[in-house]
Design a protein around this ligand. Structure first.
Ligand SMILES: Cc1cc2nc3c(=O)[nH]c(=O)nc-3n(C[C@H](O)[C@H](O)[C@H](O)COP(=O)(O)OP(=O)(O)OC[C@H]3O[C@@H](n4cnc5c(N)ncnc54)[C@H](O)[C@@H]3O)c2cc1C
Ligand SMILES: *[C@@H]1O[C@H](CO)[C@@H](O)[C@H](O)[C@H]1NC(C)=O
Ligand SMILES: *[C@@H]1O[C@H](CO)[C@@H](O)[C@H](O)[C@H]1NC(C)=O
Ligand SMILES: *[C@@H]1O[C@H](CO)[C@@H](O)[C@H](O)[C@H]1NC(C)=O
Length: 378
């Protein structure tokens, strides 16, 4: 035991999406001895005040454009099983936050899913689907809408994504005194120009950051376009999230955004597409599916054509997907030896960034704990 106060281990989190901010929060909550010196570096994030005004559409920042809700699904392989466990850790944390911090915008609502052509994993309620979901039940066939073969309901959470990011940011900046730097990095190594002493780097860069000019070739975008709708005042979807999966594998969902954030009607899942502008044909298709499946939301007066809803904005986001799923590996490659930076990855969450967020942050915490204890043992 040394009599002098040891300096705090330095950690730099690259990325201020839901993964970066959740990781920062878990590290602040769990690392009390020793405390860490944490810096978040990101090109975009809630520390950029123009984001708060909703002025800009950021192509490489997905988190504000998520629905977002938790829609569990049956696991088809080991990776999905692992990710499913992470979603349940998030579920437990969100139950606590919904009670202790309503300003987080997390709200528990009824989740409903309709399937026109469920695969056998859904039909068998395979592991990953119903476990730990409160009040899960299969809906009676007689209650299903036309064309639907199977339906389920359960309790789940929804969140107002931009407000949740703000909540995390304010907690980090003002309660835990985390440093935030708003800049575009050219590589992960570039972190060393901002923070001295070979910090441990946590890579929460979505799929935006090219390392040394390269990029993980397993990364690919899944484009999502949604409509933010101001619903009719008698709308029944304010405390319900519904997902309808059609025979053609089109997903049409409504997700309320708590704290007066309107309702998200989505969406598209365009694999390998990275167009960040609004596509009118997608908007038309969404409106058509919405009118058919959720007429109470798209309410119109049949005689006058008067609309009781309005489209507040059209959102476009690129889900940072990755073949093989979320990458949580610890990099100890020689490329880093000149500066001896260790890197813990936390990227590639695809369409599950919020669902996984807290569980993935716990996994990073466990890896970091090992690194820090082995470093101080040297
Ligand atoms: C339409 C739509 C609906 C969705 N619905 C849901 C849902 O219901 N539930 C759910 O869980 N998920 C949902 N998602 C997915 C979710 O949005 C993503 O999984 C999540 O936002 C990924 O978060 P992230 O932190 O990994 O990445 P991002 O939010 O993209 O953050 C990446 C961060 O890295 C920074 N960065 C990247 N490159 C650099 C660089 N060179 N220099 C500095 N900083 C850099 C960026 O600036 C940013 O801060 C949805 C997505 C879309 C598009
Ligand atoms: C839903 O589940 C919770 C937790 O298991 C339970 O307390 C509650 O009574 C259930 N509600 C209904 C309507 O069954
Ligand atoms: C960091 O994340 C990016 C995705 O944004 C990925 O391409 C890269 O391989 C990751 N890891 C390292 C060590 O750069
Ligand atoms: C994670 O990404 C790194 C490169 O960033 C790669 O070397 C490693 O194999 C990946 N790990 C997993 C488990 O996919």
């Amino acid at each position: 035991m040394s009599a002098t106060t040891p300096s705090k281990p330095k950690v730099v989190i690259v990325g201020a999406g839901v993964l970066g901010l959740s990781t920062a929060l878990v590290l602040c909550e769990k690392f009390t001895h020793p405390q860490l010196e944490i810096t978040v570096i990101a090109e975009y994030g809630p520390h950029d005040l123009s984001m708060n005004a909703g002025l800009t559409n950021y192509p490489l920042y997905t988190s504000p454009w998520a629905g977002a809700h938790f829609r569990p699904f049956p696991s088809k392989n080991i990776q999905e099983e692992r990710e499913s466990k992470l979603t349940r850790l998030t579920l437990q944390k969100f139950k606590e936050l919904a009670k202790s911090n309503p300003e987080s915008s997390i709200e528990f609502v009824q989740g409903i899913e309709y399937f026109e052509k469920p695969d056998h994993f859904y039909k068998e309620i395979a592991p990953g689907f119903s476990n730990e979901m409160d009040n899960f039940s299969v809906l009676p066939t007689s209650s299903l809408p036309e064309g639907v073969e199977m339906g389920v309901k359960y309790d789940t959470w929804v969140v107002n994504s931009p407000l949740y990011l703000q909540f995390l940011y304010r907690k980090l900046r003002f309660q835990y005194k985390v440093n935030f730097i708003l800049t575009k990095l050219t590589s992960l190594r570039h972190v060393n120009s901002f923070v001295s002493g070979s910090p441990i780097i946590i890579n929460c860069s979505g799929n935006g950051l090219q390392y040394d000019g390269g990029n993980d070739l397993s990364n690919f975008p899944i484009r999502g376009q949604t409509l933010l709708i101001n619903p009719p005042s008698d709308c029944k979807f304010l405390h319900t999230t519904i997902t309808h999966q059609s025979k053609e594998n089109l997903w049409t969902f409504v997700i309320p955004r708590p704290l007066h954030g309107g309702i998200i009607l989505g969406g598209t899942k365009q694999v390998d597409e990275s167009f960040t502008g609004v596509r009118d044909e997608d908007t038309r298709a969404l409106l058509e599916r919405g009118r058919k499946l959720y007429p109470e939301l798209m309410k119109e007066n049949p005689e006058t054509g008067e609309k009781y809803f309005d489209i507040v904005r059209i959102n476009v986001g690129l889900r940072p997907a990755r073949k093989g799923g979320l990458n949580l590996s610890v990099e100890s490659k020689d490329v880093y030896l000149d500066r001896a930076n260790h890197v813990i990855n936390n990227y590639g969450a695809g369409g599950m960034g919020y669902e996984l967020s807290y569980g993935a942050a716990i996994a990073v915490y466990e890896k970091l704990l090992q690194l820090v204890s082995s470093k101080s043992a040297l």
